[in-house]
Design a protein around this ligand. Structure first.
Ligand code: ARG
Length: 257
């Protein structure tokens, strides 16, 4: 427990440190518009949110980010990074905006500023047939997930630190489940549905462990950009663009109600 706490404190410290040192240099809305491109950071191995098909990025958040950029009168330039680097990279001004299914949490909101939620969802349990399906079943079982995600704390709550297995990528966490190295995986509901679709009878979906609101992030204090992102999100949600994009990826409208 002590080891994990130290690590958590360090990474949060790094985030806050980066915020204090560099947020003054974040590009303003005027600078972004003058350059003609909005740089968006994401971890594109998260189907159906952002992912690659060959060399082409696709997904719900990819389409939504492009629609928001268009609404702002600029072109989106997407930058693929490990999930764990995204908020730090944002505060180092490697991109203007992060769209990568970040749950809006108080800890993260100390380091970056979040937009209005761009969708609502939650974390679900995945296992092999006969494996754990409920939070109670997870007790004492090994569980995989991606490092730096909100799923980490939820897993710790139900099965404890020493049963947690962290992977840099979701594909590693899923592979660990498929090959029997862990008893279960916790991940985003729609990511898990994709895994189920691909792996047929080898996997089953259990209950939803928790719900969260997902938001886009800008560097701490970048008010002009945040204002434009929120206004653009509201516009595409009101004019039918959002509903169309959402239905094309999920068969339903995933906005928060
Ligand atoms: N919703 C989770 C979180 O907020 C997981 C997000 C993972 N996103 C990704 N692109 N891999 O931490």
């Amino acid at each position: 427990t002590r080891l994990h706490l130290t690590r958590l404190t360090l990474s949060l410290g790094a985030l806050l440190g980066a915020a204090t040192l560099t947020s003054a240099q974040a590009r303003t809305l005027a600078e972004i518009k003058a350059s003609g491109t909005l740089k968006i950071g994401t971890n594109a191995e998260f189907k159906p949110f952002t992912y690659f098909e060959g060399n082409t990025m696709k997904g719900f958040e990819y389409d939504l980010g492009n629609a928001i950029a268009k609404q702002m009168g600029v072109k989106a330039e997407w930058i693929n990074q490990p999930f764990d680097n995204l908020l730090i990279g944002l505060n180092q001004n490697r991109f203007d905006l992060v769209i990568s299914s970040h749950g809006i949490t108080p800890e993260r909101a100390r380091a970056v500023d979040f937009s209005l939620p761009h969708y609502c969802s939650g974390g679900v349990i995945l296992s092999r047939p006969g494996g754990p399906k409920t939070a109670a079943d997870l007790k004492g079982k090994t569980v995989s997930t991606q490092v730096g995600t909100t799923y980490v704390d939820q897993i710790k709550k139900v099965t404890g630190d020493r049963n947690l297995r962290l992977f840099p990528n979701n594909s590693g966490a899923l592979q660990a489940l498929m090959s029997g190295r862990v008893d279960a995986m916790v991940n985003e509901k729609f990511y898990s549905l994709e895994a189920l679709k691909l792996n047929g009878k080898k996997l089953q979906q259990g209950e939803m462990l928790f719900q969260e609101k997902l938001g886009m992030a800008v560097a701490k204090g970048n008010k002009t950009l945040l204002g434009a992102v929120n206004a653009s999100l509201k516009t595409v949600q009101a004019n039918g663009t959002y509903a169309k994009i959402s239905r094309s990826h999920f068969g339903q409208d995933v906005r928060c109600r």
